[in-house]
Every structure is written in structure tokens, then in C-alpha cells.
Ligand binder design. Sequence first.
Ligand code: GLN
Length: 193
Amino acid sequence: MVTIGVLALQGAVEEHVRFLEKSGSNAVRIKWPEQLQDIDGLIIPGGESTTMRKLIDQYEFLQPLQAFGESGKPVFGTCAGMILMAKRLSNDEQPHLGFIDMTVERNAFGRQKESFEAIVEIKDVAVDVEAIFIRAPLVQEVGHHVTVLSEYDDTIVAVREGNYLACSFHPELTLDYRLHEAFVHMVEEAVQG
Ligand SMILES: NC(=O)CC[C@H](N)C(=O)O
């Protein structure tokens, strides 16, 4: 069984832990950089990216997280986690981990309605995945090597680039853990080489 960490500095951690366990993996709450050595994949949860970044700096997580991603181990970012994984942020904001070739604008998706639920189609997962959007990031553009896995309302809401997966919504706040199952498979494949 693969072991997957959930970055547990801030945000929706417990829901991800529960879904990872339901999806057939061991789940670990990651509070210290040293723990990254013991996991096969990582989820960066939703929450507030600016707060999470402060805690990443405070606990000296930035370089260890970058090294983890660059080693080829799978990383899945949801909502604020997606923001942290982007190579570029709009409005002159500084990027954080710089994992995925995309430009993201914070708090911009669904401007007329800050939070909403939707059913989205996710490539290779299912046509009817439940998604909860909460002050979600807007993906403005993606590079050539990025695969768009899902679009909703003509907007990109899930992407994959190599070992990186990200979505602008919260899959963990629903009852639907098929996207977590897909991530667990991604981690299993990476472990098997
Ligand atoms: N639900 C979320 O994770 C919201 C993200 C948040 N708006 C941010 O900027 O980080």
C-alpha cells in the first residue's frame, strides 16, 4: 500500500486524510519537512495560500517541498494548493513552488458567486465528479506540456503536468472520492516505476 502525505499546516486536512484512506492508501499528516522522506506522494490542501506560504517559510518547508516535487514523486494541489503549485500568478504576485506551467489568478473563478457546487467531467476519471468551489483560483493559461483534465464554464478547473495534478475546487468536501482514487493510482504507478 502506498503512503501519501497531506501537508498539514493549514486548511482542509482531515477530509483529504479520510478520502485517501477510503481510496486504499495510508495517509499521513505532514507537519515537519523530515516527514517528506517517508511518503510516496503528497496532497497540498485548500485553505488560504498566503497563510500557507507564511507557514511554509516558518517551518522551512519551501526547499524540501520543491525537492520532493522535482524528485518525480506525485503532488496533488487543491484550490490554495493549486495556487501554490503554479509557476506564475497574476497581479504581480510572487509564485511559490513553481511546479506547473500555468498562470493562476486568485479568488477570481465564479466572480458572481464566490462559492458553489458543480458536477464536472474529469478526463480519465468520470463524467460526473462532484466539485465544491470556494473562492477558487482562475487558471488563465497553461503551457504546452500541461494536460487540461477538466473545464467548467469555459474555464480550466483541473490539470496534470507529469507528476503534478491540480484542481481549482475542493474534491474532499464532497462524498465523491474518485479523484483521490485516481491520484492514489498515479502514486502507485510512480512507485512501481
Ligand atoms: N478554497 C481555497 O483554497 C481558496 C483559496 C484562497 N482564495 C487563496 O487565495 O488561497
